[in-house]
Design a protein around this ligand. Structure first.
Ligand SMILES: [Zn+2]
Ligand SMILES: [Zn+2]
Length: 285
């Protein structure tokens, strides 16, 4: 059977069936009646149209990316995202309030984080890490930041990314011209990451059991605030909790005996948050 006949049948049926049913039918027909040449043509078509098409900026500052994948590539990507996207109820049984779509988005970013944690380099020596060129003011919240690919970032996001990014800070002149550019090593070394994996055994946030390979090394006191890239200032956090720690300015400390990290948080209806400031009336009494 010619694949053009299959296409014709699919066209005929298209008016009344879902694309999933049509796809099942098409695959069944090609398998049962298609020649090897038909299947080769199908393979060539899949290879020709696959792609990740550019990032589209939405009105609210979010980004949409569209991927067209072959069935085998879809199976690989879907399995990896699904495995990492399971709900994560807290240890006290509180349910994970993220939507399934949000959990898959977090899983995709975790997967990319795992790749960047490997210190892998791509073709032409490109690093898998985010590269940031920032005015120092971007980390202190006095100016917006952009990554090397032009993505604008709010200060909390710039600080979160700079924990694991290859970072170049620039000092800008009064008209925004770069006056001084310096490259400094601000991320944990491979040896430090190995030591953290032994000490923290994964994400250090309360109730999280993400393994070390899913985590990033976070600076408890950010280096812009004088924190050093030393073991007693580093803590492993998964992508989700790393984002929370930066978003809510959560502080913590490595225990004196080096057995792990304690975060200064209390359980609220919305999840773990920093403790509220002391009530001035209580203090006065
Ligand atoms: Zn961090
Ligand atoms: Zn975590």
């Amino acid at each position: 059977m010619q694949s053009s006949i299959v296409d014709g049948l699919v066209d005929l049926a298209r008016t009344g069936f879902s694309s999933a049913i049509l796809n099942d039918f098409r695959t069944e027909m090609l398998t049962r009646f298609g020649s090897e040449a038909d299947q080769d043509r199908e393979h060539d078509h899949q290879q020709a149209v696959r792609g990740v098409t550019g990032w589209r900026l939405l009105d609210d500052g979010m980004w949409r990316c569209e991927a067209t994948l072959t069935p085998t590539d879809k199976a690989v990507v879907d399995a990896a995202i699904t495995a990492l996207a399971a709900p994560q109820p807290a240890d006290d049984g509180t349910t994970d309030t993220r939507s399934p779509a949000a959990r898959r988005a977090d899983a995709l970013v975790t997967l990319c984080g795992i790749a960047s944690g490997q210190d892998t380099t791509g073709p032409m020596g490109a690093t898998t890490r985010v590269t940031l060129t920032l005015p120092v003011e971007a980390l202190t919240g006095e100016a917006a930041a952009h990554d090397e690919l032009g993505t604008p970032l709010l200060p909390a996001a710039a600080r979160e990314l700079s924990c694991g990014a290859t970072l170049t800070t620039v000092v800008l002149g009064v008209h925004g011209e770069p006056l001084q550019v310096g490259r400094e090593h601000r991320t944990a070394t491979a040896a430090q990451r190995r030591a953290l994996a032994v000490r923290d055994r994964g994400c250090t946030f309360p109730g999280c059991d993400a393994p070390p390979s899913w985590t990033q090394a976070h600076h408890i006191t950010h280096w812009i605030d004088g924190g050093a890239t030393d073991l007693d200032n580093l803590a492993l956090l998964c992508h989700r909790h790393h984002r929370s720690v930066h978003r809510y300015r959560i502080t913590g400390a490595v225990r004196d005996d080096g057995s792990g990290v304690d975060w200064d948080v209390v359980r609220t209806g919305l999840g773990w948050r920093p403790p509220p400031p002391p009530d001035p009336w209580t203090r006065a009494a």
